[in-house]
Write a protein that binds this ligand. Structure first.
Ligand SMILES: NC(=O)c1ccc[n+]([C@@H]2O[C@H](COP(=O)([O-])OP(=O)(O)OC[C@H]3O[C@@H](n4cnc5c(N)ncnc54)[C@H](OP(=O)(O)O)[C@@H]3O)[C@@H](O)[C@H]2O)c1
Length: 375
Protein backbone atom coordinates (compact mmCIF):
# COMPACT_ATOMS: atom_id res chain seq x y z
CA UNK A 1 0.00 0.00 0.00
CA UNK A 2 1.00 3.61 -0.51
CA UNK A 3 3.19 5.17 2.18
CA UNK A 4 1.88 8.21 4.10
CA UNK A 5 4.19 10.16 6.40
CA UNK A 6 2.55 12.28 9.07
CA UNK A 7 4.34 14.64 11.41
CA UNK A 8 2.74 16.04 14.56
CA UNK A 9 1.18 12.59 14.49
CA UNK A 10 -0.09 12.59 18.07
CA UNK A 11 -2.20 15.72 17.46
CA UNK A 12 -6.00 15.82 17.32
CA UNK A 13 -6.54 15.82 13.56
CA UNK A 14 -3.42 13.83 12.66
CA UNK A 15 -4.18 10.93 15.02
CA UNK A 16 -7.72 10.61 13.67
CA UNK A 17 -6.36 10.67 10.11
CA UNK A 18 -3.76 8.02 10.98
CA UNK A 19 -6.40 5.85 12.59
CA UNK A 20 -8.33 5.81 9.32
CA UNK A 21 -5.20 5.28 7.20
CA UNK A 22 -4.27 2.25 9.30
CA UNK A 23 -7.76 0.79 8.95
CA UNK A 24 -7.44 1.10 5.17
CA UNK A 25 -4.02 -0.63 5.28
CA UNK A 26 -1.86 2.30 4.26
CA UNK A 27 1.75 2.09 5.27
CA UNK A 28 2.03 4.90 7.83
CA UNK A 29 5.12 6.59 9.24
CA UNK A 30 4.39 8.76 12.29
CA UNK A 31 6.86 11.47 13.27
CA UNK A 32 6.40 12.52 16.88
CA UNK A 33 8.55 14.01 19.60
CA UNK A 34 8.94 12.24 22.92
CA UNK A 35 8.28 14.61 25.81
CA UNK A 36 10.47 13.40 28.66
CA UNK A 37 7.59 11.61 30.32
CA UNK A 38 6.44 9.52 27.38
CA UNK A 39 8.33 8.19 24.37
CA UNK A 40 7.19 9.04 20.84
CA UNK A 41 5.69 5.55 20.52
CA UNK A 42 3.80 5.85 23.81
CA UNK A 43 2.43 9.21 22.73
CA UNK A 44 1.10 7.72 19.47
CA UNK A 45 -0.39 4.80 21.42
CA UNK A 46 -2.15 7.25 23.74
CA UNK A 47 -3.43 9.36 20.87
CA UNK A 48 -4.80 6.34 19.00
CA UNK A 49 -6.31 4.93 22.20
CA UNK A 50 -8.08 8.27 22.61
CA UNK A 51 -9.49 8.03 19.08
CA UNK A 52 -10.83 4.51 19.57
CA UNK A 53 -11.54 4.87 23.31
CA UNK A 54 -9.74 1.65 24.06
CA UNK A 55 -6.11 0.60 24.48
CA UNK A 56 -4.45 -0.15 21.16
CA UNK A 57 -1.61 -2.34 20.07
CA UNK A 58 0.28 -0.55 17.33
CA UNK A 59 -0.26 -2.42 14.05
CA UNK A 60 2.49 -3.62 11.71
CA UNK A 61 1.68 -1.00 9.07
CA UNK A 62 2.63 1.83 11.47
CA UNK A 63 6.19 2.87 12.26
CA UNK A 64 6.90 5.63 14.78
CA UNK A 65 10.02 7.79 14.77
CA UNK A 66 11.06 10.18 17.50
CA UNK A 67 12.03 13.31 15.55
CA UNK A 68 12.99 16.92 16.18
CA UNK A 69 11.05 19.23 13.91
CA UNK A 70 13.55 22.07 14.12
CA UNK A 71 16.80 20.11 13.80
CA UNK A 72 18.79 19.27 10.72
CA UNK A 73 17.49 16.02 9.24
CA UNK A 74 15.01 15.98 12.15
CA UNK A 75 17.89 14.53 14.23
CA UNK A 76 17.28 11.22 12.45
CA UNK A 77 20.13 9.11 11.09
CA UNK A 78 20.79 8.79 7.35
CA UNK A 79 19.76 5.15 7.59
CA UNK A 80 16.43 6.06 9.20
CA UNK A 81 15.77 8.71 6.56
CA UNK A 82 16.65 6.25 3.79
CA UNK A 83 14.09 3.81 5.21
CA UNK A 84 11.42 6.48 5.63
CA UNK A 85 11.80 7.78 2.08
CA UNK A 86 12.68 4.54 0.26
CA UNK A 87 9.57 4.85 -1.97
CA UNK A 88 7.11 7.48 -3.22
CA UNK A 89 5.26 9.05 -0.33
CA UNK A 90 2.58 11.55 0.56
CA UNK A 91 4.00 13.64 3.38
CA UNK A 92 1.58 15.55 5.64
CA UNK A 93 2.95 18.35 7.74
CA UNK A 94 0.53 18.74 10.65
CA UNK A 95 2.93 19.95 13.37
CA UNK A 96 2.08 23.44 14.56
CA UNK A 97 1.84 25.62 17.59
CA UNK A 98 -1.81 26.55 18.11
CA UNK A 99 -0.92 29.33 20.50
CA UNK A 100 -1.91 32.77 19.28
CA UNK A 101 -0.77 35.44 21.70
CA UNK A 102 1.89 38.13 21.48
CA UNK A 103 4.14 36.63 24.13
CA UNK A 104 4.28 33.32 22.24
CA UNK A 105 5.15 35.08 18.99
CA UNK A 106 8.68 33.62 18.75
CA UNK A 107 7.51 30.07 19.42
CA UNK A 108 4.65 30.45 16.93
CA UNK A 109 7.00 31.76 14.24
CA UNK A 110 9.69 29.17 14.81
CA UNK A 111 7.28 26.20 14.88
CA UNK A 112 4.85 27.29 12.19
CA UNK A 113 7.22 28.94 9.72
CA UNK A 114 10.76 27.70 10.35
CA UNK A 115 9.40 24.25 11.19
CA UNK A 116 7.73 24.12 7.78
CA UNK A 117 10.93 25.32 6.06
CA UNK A 118 12.91 22.60 7.78
CA UNK A 119 10.29 19.97 7.02
CA UNK A 120 10.34 20.87 3.31
CA UNK A 121 14.15 20.79 3.45
CA UNK A 122 14.18 17.22 4.82
CA UNK A 123 11.47 16.17 2.39
CA UNK A 124 13.20 17.73 -0.65
CA UNK A 125 16.54 16.16 0.23
CA UNK A 126 15.22 12.63 0.67
CA UNK A 127 11.88 12.14 -1.07
CA UNK A 128 11.66 10.28 -4.38
CA UNK A 129 10.35 11.63 -7.69
CA UNK A 130 6.61 11.82 -7.47
CA UNK A 131 6.31 12.21 -3.71
CA UNK A 132 3.99 15.00 -2.56
CA UNK A 133 4.30 17.46 0.33
CA UNK A 134 1.06 18.64 1.99
CA UNK A 135 1.04 21.53 4.41
CA UNK A 136 -1.94 21.41 6.73
CA UNK A 137 -2.91 25.05 7.00
CA UNK A 138 -5.90 26.96 8.23
CA UNK A 139 -8.75 28.62 6.37
CA UNK A 140 -8.33 31.44 8.89
CA UNK A 141 -5.06 32.39 7.22
CA UNK A 142 -7.59 34.71 5.55
CA UNK A 143 -7.12 37.08 8.51
CA UNK A 144 -9.35 40.14 8.19
CA UNK A 145 -9.91 39.47 4.48
CA UNK A 146 -13.41 40.44 3.40
CA UNK A 147 -15.35 38.62 0.67
CA UNK A 148 -14.78 35.11 -0.62
CA UNK A 149 -11.46 33.58 0.32
CA UNK A 150 -10.32 31.69 -2.75
CA UNK A 151 -8.19 28.57 -3.11
CA UNK A 152 -5.12 30.46 -4.20
CA UNK A 153 -2.01 31.91 -2.57
CA UNK A 154 -2.32 35.36 -1.00
CA UNK A 155 0.75 37.49 -0.28
CA UNK A 156 2.44 37.76 3.11
CA UNK A 157 1.05 40.58 5.19
CA UNK A 158 1.78 42.43 8.36
CA UNK A 159 0.28 41.20 11.66
CA UNK A 160 -2.34 43.98 11.47
CA UNK A 161 -4.03 42.04 8.65
CA UNK A 162 -4.71 39.12 11.02
CA UNK A 163 -6.56 38.43 14.26
CA UNK A 164 -3.53 36.85 15.94
CA UNK A 165 0.01 35.53 15.46
CA UNK A 166 -1.25 32.04 14.70
CA UNK A 167 -3.16 33.17 11.60
CA UNK A 168 -0.22 35.33 10.53
CA UNK A 169 2.25 32.45 10.87
CA UNK A 170 0.03 30.09 8.88
CA UNK A 171 -0.16 32.64 6.01
CA UNK A 172 3.65 32.91 6.03
CA UNK A 173 3.88 29.11 6.01
CA UNK A 174 1.68 28.90 2.92
CA UNK A 175 4.05 31.24 1.15
CA UNK A 176 7.03 29.12 2.18
CA UNK A 177 5.36 26.31 0.23
CA UNK A 178 4.55 28.64 -2.68
CA UNK A 179 8.18 29.79 -2.98
CA UNK A 180 9.46 26.21 -2.90
CA UNK A 181 7.00 25.24 -5.62
CA UNK A 182 8.04 28.19 -7.80
CA UNK A 183 11.78 28.15 -7.17
CA UNK A 184 12.58 24.53 -6.43
CA UNK A 185 9.86 22.57 -8.21
CA UNK A 186 8.44 21.21 -4.95
CA UNK A 187 5.34 19.10 -5.48
CA UNK A 188 3.73 21.07 -2.70
CA UNK A 189 0.10 21.55 -1.65
CA UNK A 190 -1.80 23.40 1.04
CA UNK A 191 -4.89 22.02 2.73
CA UNK A 192 -6.72 24.70 4.65
CA UNK A 193 -8.91 23.39 7.45
CA UNK A 194 -11.50 25.56 9.11
CA UNK A 195 -12.04 25.07 12.84
CA UNK A 196 -12.19 21.31 13.36
CA UNK A 197 -15.10 20.28 15.57
CA UNK A 198 -16.26 16.82 16.69
CA UNK A 199 -17.98 14.05 14.76
CA UNK A 200 -21.25 15.32 13.26
CA UNK A 201 -22.76 11.83 13.07
CA UNK A 202 -22.16 10.77 16.67
CA UNK A 203 -21.68 14.14 18.40
CA UNK A 204 -18.42 12.82 19.92
CA UNK A 205 -16.17 15.84 20.52
CA UNK A 206 -12.77 15.56 22.14
CA UNK A 207 -11.13 18.81 21.12
CA UNK A 208 -11.02 21.84 23.35
CA UNK A 209 -10.08 24.21 20.57
CA UNK A 210 -12.03 27.30 19.48
CA UNK A 211 -15.68 27.22 20.48
CA UNK A 212 -15.05 24.22 22.74
CA UNK A 213 -12.40 26.17 24.62
CA UNK A 214 -15.09 28.82 25.09
CA UNK A 215 -17.56 26.14 26.25
CA UNK A 216 -14.99 24.89 28.78
CA UNK A 217 -14.59 28.36 30.24
CA UNK A 218 -18.36 28.95 30.39
CA UNK A 219 -18.71 25.56 32.12
CA UNK A 220 -16.19 26.61 34.73
CA UNK A 221 -17.97 29.96 35.32
CA UNK A 222 -21.34 28.18 35.52
CA UNK A 223 -19.98 25.94 38.26
CA UNK A 224 -18.77 28.90 40.26
CA UNK A 225 -21.71 31.24 39.63
CA UNK A 226 -24.80 29.10 38.94
CA UNK A 227 -27.99 30.96 38.11
CA UNK A 228 -26.29 34.18 37.00
CA UNK A 229 -26.89 36.10 33.77
CA UNK A 230 -23.80 37.27 31.89
CA UNK A 231 -23.61 39.58 28.91
CA UNK A 232 -20.89 38.76 26.38
CA UNK A 233 -19.54 40.74 23.44
CA UNK A 234 -20.78 38.42 20.72
CA UNK A 235 -22.71 39.08 17.51
CA UNK A 236 -25.39 36.36 17.53
CA UNK A 237 -25.65 36.35 13.74
CA UNK A 238 -21.84 36.28 13.31
CA UNK A 239 -20.66 33.02 11.74
CA UNK A 240 -17.81 30.59 12.26
CA UNK A 241 -16.82 27.85 9.89
CA UNK A 242 -16.55 24.52 11.68
CA UNK A 243 -15.70 21.37 9.78
CA UNK A 244 -16.67 18.12 11.48
CA UNK A 245 -13.65 15.97 12.30
CA UNK A 246 -15.01 12.95 10.40
CA UNK A 247 -15.50 15.13 7.31
CA UNK A 248 -11.96 16.55 7.51
CA UNK A 249 -10.60 13.00 7.81
CA UNK A 250 -12.77 11.81 4.91
CA UNK A 251 -11.44 14.62 2.69
CA UNK A 252 -7.86 13.82 3.72
CA UNK A 253 -8.47 10.15 2.85
CA UNK A 254 -9.84 11.16 -0.54
CA UNK A 255 -6.78 13.37 -1.08
CA UNK A 256 -4.31 10.51 -0.69
CA UNK A 257 -6.34 8.46 -3.16
CA UNK A 258 -6.35 11.15 -5.87
CA UNK A 259 -3.35 11.50 -8.18
CA UNK A 260 -3.80 15.09 -9.23
CA UNK A 261 -4.97 17.61 -6.65
CA UNK A 262 -5.12 21.42 -6.76
CA UNK A 263 -2.30 23.31 -5.05
CA UNK A 264 -4.71 24.70 -2.47
CA UNK A 265 -7.94 23.26 -1.15
CA UNK A 266 -10.26 24.82 1.42
CA UNK A 267 -11.54 22.03 3.67
CA UNK A 268 -14.43 23.96 5.16
CA UNK A 269 -18.10 23.20 5.78
CA UNK A 270 -20.69 24.34 3.30
CA UNK A 271 -22.86 26.07 5.85
CA UNK A 272 -21.29 28.06 8.64
CA UNK A 273 -22.34 27.93 12.28
CA UNK A 274 -24.12 30.96 13.71
CA UNK A 275 -22.86 32.20 17.05
CA UNK A 276 -26.37 32.04 18.44
CA UNK A 277 -26.36 28.23 18.01
CA UNK A 278 -23.43 28.09 20.41
CA UNK A 279 -25.01 30.52 22.90
CA UNK A 280 -28.40 28.75 22.78
CA UNK A 281 -26.72 25.37 23.29
CA UNK A 282 -24.67 26.53 26.28
CA UNK A 283 -27.71 28.26 27.79
CA UNK A 284 -29.62 24.97 27.63
CA UNK A 285 -26.77 22.85 28.95
CA UNK A 286 -25.38 25.01 31.74
CA UNK A 287 -26.90 26.91 34.68
CA UNK A 288 -25.65 30.26 33.40
CA UNK A 289 -27.49 32.55 31.00
CA UNK A 290 -25.33 34.19 28.35
CA UNK A 291 -26.83 37.24 26.68
CA UNK A 292 -25.01 38.25 23.48
CA UNK A 293 -24.46 42.02 23.20
CA UNK A 294 -22.40 42.78 20.07
CA UNK A 295 -21.24 46.25 21.07
CA UNK A 296 -20.72 45.66 24.79
CA UNK A 297 -17.90 47.89 26.03
CA UNK A 298 -15.40 46.65 28.58
CA UNK A 299 -16.15 49.66 30.78
CA UNK A 300 -19.82 48.60 30.99
CA UNK A 301 -19.08 45.07 32.19
CA UNK A 302 -19.55 43.85 35.73
CA UNK A 303 -16.90 41.65 37.34
CA UNK A 304 -18.43 38.38 36.12
CA UNK A 305 -18.70 39.72 32.58
CA UNK A 306 -15.04 40.70 32.72
CA UNK A 307 -14.16 37.16 33.76
CA UNK A 308 -16.09 35.91 30.76
CA UNK A 309 -14.28 38.42 28.52
CA UNK A 310 -10.88 37.18 29.75
CA UNK A 311 -11.94 33.64 28.83
CA UNK A 312 -12.76 34.90 25.35
CA UNK A 313 -9.30 36.32 24.62
CA UNK A 314 -8.99 33.94 21.66
CA UNK A 315 -12.58 33.22 20.61
CA UNK A 316 -13.57 36.87 21.13
CA UNK A 317 -11.80 37.77 17.91
CA UNK A 318 -14.02 35.38 16.00
CA UNK A 319 -17.38 36.59 17.29
CA UNK A 320 -18.14 39.07 14.55
CA UNK A 321 -16.74 37.39 11.46
CA UNK A 322 -18.64 36.89 8.22
CA UNK A 323 -16.01 35.37 5.91
CA UNK A 324 -16.98 32.90 3.15
CA UNK A 325 -14.66 30.35 1.59
CA UNK A 326 -14.54 29.18 -2.01
CA UNK A 327 -14.31 25.41 -2.50
CA UNK A 328 -14.64 25.09 -6.27
CA UNK A 329 -11.13 23.69 -6.82
CA UNK A 330 -11.56 21.24 -3.95
CA UNK A 331 -14.89 20.15 -5.41
CA UNK A 332 -13.19 19.18 -8.68
CA UNK A 333 -11.44 16.27 -6.96
CA UNK A 334 -13.13 15.64 -3.62
CA UNK A 335 -16.66 14.23 -3.34
CA UNK A 336 -18.66 16.05 -0.74
CA UNK A 337 -19.93 14.22 2.29
CA UNK A 338 -22.54 15.28 4.83
CA UNK A 339 -20.86 18.22 6.53
CA UNK A 340 -23.99 19.39 8.37
CA UNK A 341 -23.29 21.68 11.30
CA UNK A 342 -26.83 22.82 12.06
CA UNK A 343 -28.01 23.99 15.46
CA UNK A 344 -28.91 20.50 16.62
CA UNK A 345 -25.52 19.09 15.62
CA UNK A 346 -23.70 21.89 17.42
CA UNK A 347 -25.86 21.19 20.49
CA UNK A 348 -24.98 17.47 20.44
CA UNK A 349 -21.28 18.26 20.20
CA UNK A 350 -21.46 20.75 23.08
CA UNK A 351 -23.45 18.25 25.14
CA UNK A 352 -20.88 15.49 24.55
CA UNK A 353 -18.01 17.83 25.27
CA UNK A 354 -19.47 19.15 28.52
CA UNK A 355 -20.49 15.72 29.80
CA UNK A 356 -17.40 13.81 28.73
CA UNK A 357 -14.58 16.31 28.80
CA UNK A 358 -15.50 19.21 31.12
CA UNK A 359 -17.24 17.09 33.75
CA UNK A 360 -14.48 14.53 33.94
CA UNK A 361 -11.86 16.28 35.95
CA UNK A 362 -8.62 14.94 37.33
CA UNK A 363 -7.65 13.16 34.17
CA UNK A 364 -4.26 13.78 32.70
CA UNK A 365 -3.88 16.18 29.76
CA UNK A 366 -2.68 13.40 27.48
CA UNK A 367 -5.82 11.37 28.01
CA UNK A 368 -8.30 14.21 28.40
CA UNK A 369 -8.12 15.47 24.89
CA UNK A 370 -5.33 15.05 22.43
CA UNK A 371 -3.37 18.24 21.78
CA UNK A 372 -5.00 21.65 21.45
CA UNK A 373 -4.57 22.55 25.08
CA UNK A 374 -2.66 25.69 24.48
CA UNK A 375 -5.10 28.32 25.56
N1 LIG B 1 -7.86 21.95 15.18
C1 LIG B 1 -8.31 22.87 14.34
O1 LIG B 1 -9.43 23.35 14.49
C2 LIG B 1 -7.48 23.32 13.18
C3 LIG B 1 -8.03 24.24 12.31
C4 LIG B 1 -7.30 24.67 11.22
C5 LIG B 1 -6.04 24.18 11.01
N2 LIG B 1 -5.52 23.30 11.88
C6 LIG B 1 -4.16 22.82 11.63
O2 LIG B 1 -4.16 21.42 11.70
C7 LIG B 1 -2.92 20.97 12.24
C8 LIG B 1 -3.20 20.06 13.40
O3 LIG B 1 -4.00 20.75 14.36
P1 LIG B 1 -4.53 20.02 15.66
O4 LIG B 1 -5.71 20.75 16.11
O5 LIG B 1 -4.63 18.59 15.43
O6 LIG B 1 -3.35 20.39 16.65
P2 LIG B 1 -2.76 19.67 17.93
O7 LIG B 1 -3.65 18.59 18.41
O8 LIG B 1 -2.37 20.76 18.88
O9 LIG B 1 -1.44 19.01 17.36
C9 LIG B 1 -0.34 19.78 17.04
C10 LIG B 1 0.82 18.86 16.81
O10 LIG B 1 1.95 19.67 16.50
C11 LIG B 1 3.03 19.22 17.30
N3 LIG B 1 3.99 20.27 17.58
C12 LIG B 1 3.78 21.50 18.09
N4 LIG B 1 4.94 22.14 18.25
C13 LIG B 1 5.91 21.29 17.85
C14 LIG B 1 7.32 21.37 17.77
N5 LIG B 1 8.00 22.46 18.13
N6 LIG B 1 8.01 20.29 17.33
C15 LIG B 1 7.35 19.17 16.95
N7 LIG B 1 6.02 19.04 16.99
C16 LIG B 1 5.31 20.09 17.43
C17 LIG B 1 2.39 18.75 18.59
O11 LIG B 1 3.30 17.92 19.25
P3 LIG B 1 3.41 17.96 20.85
O12 LIG B 1 2.21 17.21 21.35
O13 LIG B 1 4.71 17.28 21.10
O14 LIG B 1 3.42 19.39 21.26
C18 LIG B 1 1.18 18.01 18.04
O15 LIG B 1 1.54 16.74 17.61
C19 LIG B 1 -2.14 22.22 12.61
O16 LIG B 1 -1.23 22.49 11.60
C20 LIG B 1 -3.20 23.29 12.69
O17 LIG B 1 -2.66 24.56 12.38
C21 LIG B 1 -6.20 22.85 12.97
Amino acid sequence: MKRIIVNGANGYVASNFINELLKKNYDVIALVRGNGKFSATERVEQALAQVDQKPVKLPDNLTVYNYSLMEENFSLSEKQLENIFDRDVDYFHFAASLKYDYKSKEEIYSTNVEGVENSIGVFSKHAKGSSRFFLVGTAYSCGHFKGIFEEKFYPDEDISAFRNYYEWSKRLAENVVRKKIENNGLKGYVIRLSQVAGNNLTGETKTDYGIFDFAKRVHSLAKRYPGKTVRAKIAPEGIQNLIPLNVAVDYLMQTVAVQKVPEIMNFVADTPVKNRYIINGLNKLLPLKIVPVPDLEHSEMNSLERLMAVGMSFTGNYTNVHIRFDTSRRDEVISRVNDCMDEETVYRMLEYFIQNVCEKTGRKKETLSVGNNNH
